[in-house]
Design a binder for this molecule. Structure first.
Ligand SMILES: Cc1ncc(COP(=O)(O)O)c(C=O)c1O
Length: 408
């Protein structure tokens, strides 16, 4: 299966358009390349897939089969991880608002990072009621030069962090064994170096003995394609460069510790791993001119593609399905919704016609999981493995949308 005109006509007939296409072979190849870069420098490195970016069970299962952990931030994501067969010790429960699965997860040996003092009290209460040792982590809020104040975790410089550690060590049933952080908008290499150095230093100060894990979150660039590379202001590091300022620092910091006691180093890649390997195929439904501006109406919306299409120009490929294509300068490819801001691609220049197909690249993260039932239900998602297509999610119907409403 190749995404040329024949391939797309086949997908259109079998699954309908628009349609997400996940390239399993390339995803797996990239996953192993990424993991290998870190593992060769620090053997106790583990990937924990960030479910929020794409919790399609098929993708999560592929990661599970390759030995990856699940990183979840809600009971819903926790349920997905459990449903696909994860045991609690391979699930990391993070996030600022944890549901009732909190108790079940911890009591079954799950990994959990507390976001605030209320959660620290909840852990202690649970441990005391069950008279069971609960080992937990804390998400720390660290500064690595980012230009905003993050609301997540417990401030590295605060009394709260000391209080949290003290509370956990004062309770005979709780133990602080790990630390977690995640920093948005700081994907550059210097920020990552600072992040790692700070985290091992905070672990030295707050954790009694060698930590069981340190989780650096994510916020790395993936293997970015050329059409996007030139749109980023900072230099995009390679996986090797990231590995040098994470895994290598761990290897040096914990070199005196026996191999079987070294902390697990987690990162939680989401978009880093999945963005590049999902495309969305849409079709041009009509083209029109208003004053001196041309618009091509597609059968997808910015909701299918995710916020990313509003901040960068996604890689696009036009596959001509019509005989009537003409050249346009700065035509907007717009969505099917009635929102003026629904513009999946602004100012496209090239040949275009009604019936042409648009293949949007780099839409693996925050796309299918962010699509609301606004105006139209969600489209299908398929995978391609060794040239064959398979279904990941069928196209939604009006019945799916109405199934939670009371009719009449
Ligand atoms: C706690 C946490 N971990 C992991 C991720 C995924 O990061 P990325 O998509 O940059 O790999 C996020 C994204 O916001 C996050 O909040």
């Amino acid at each position: 299966m190749v995404l040329n005109k024949d391939g797309i006509l086949y997908i259109k007939k079998k699954y309908g358009l628009p349609c997400y296409v996940f390239n399993e072979d390339e995803f797996v190849r990239n996953y192993l390349k990424f993991e290998n870069c870190l593992k060769t420098r620090y053997a106790n490195y583990k990937i924990a897939l960030s479910y929020k970016t794409n919790y399609a069970p098929k993708i999560c299962t592929i990661v599970k089969d390759m030995g990856g952990y699940a990183e979840v931030v809600s009971d819903m994501e926790y349920d997905i991880a459990r449903k696909i067969g994860y045991s609690n010790d391979k699930i990391i429960y993070n996030g600022p608002y944890k549901g009732i699965a909190f108790d079940e997860h911890l009591l079954n040996g799950g990994i959990l990072n507390a976001d605030n003092l209320t959660e620290i009290d909840r852990i202690i209460d649970l441990a005391n009621r069950n008279e069971k040792l609960l080992k937990v982590g804390i998400r720390v809020n660290i500064s690595v030069g980012q230009k905003f104040i993050s609301r997540f975790g417990i401030d590295e410089d605060s009394e709260d962090l000391k209080i949290a550690a003290k509370k956990l060590s004062s309770c005979k049933y709780t133990k602080l064994v790990g630390l977690h952080c995640h920093i948005g908008q700081a994907r550059g290499i210097e920020a990552w170096k600072t992040r790692t150095l700070k985290m091992v230093e905070i672990a030295d100060r707050f954790i009694d003995g060698v930590p069981e894990f340190i989780d650096l979150g994510s916020g790395m660039f993936g293997d970015v394609e050329d059409a996007l590379l030139k749109q980023f202001a900072c230099k995009v590091p390679s996986y090797e460069e990231y590995a040098e300022v994470t895994a290598k620092i761990f290897a040096e910091h914990y070199q005196e510790v026996d191999n079987d006691k070294k902390p697990i180093l987690f990162t939680e890649p989401g978009t880093t791993l999945d963005n590049r390997y999902v495309k969305l195929i849409a079709e041009i439904d009509s083209i029109k001119q208003i004053k001196n501006k041309f618009f091509a109406v597609t059968n997808c919306s910015f909701h299918n593609l995710g916020d990313v299409c509003c901040s960068v120009k996604l890689p696009v490929e036009i596959i001509h399905g019509s005989a009537t294509a003409a050249y346009y300068d700065n035509i907007d490819l717009v969505g099917y919704t009635c929102l003026e801001r629904d513009v999946p691609y602004k100012d496209f220049s090239g040949k275009l016609g009604k019936g042409d197909f648009v293949v949007f690249g780099n839409v693996g993260g925050y796309s299918n999981v962010c699509k609301p039932p606004f105006i139209l239900p969600q489209c299908a998602m398929i995978g391609i493995k060794e040239g064959e297509t398979y279904l990941i999610k069928r196209r939604e119907t009006t019945e799916d949308i109405l199934s939670t409403y009371v009719i009449g």
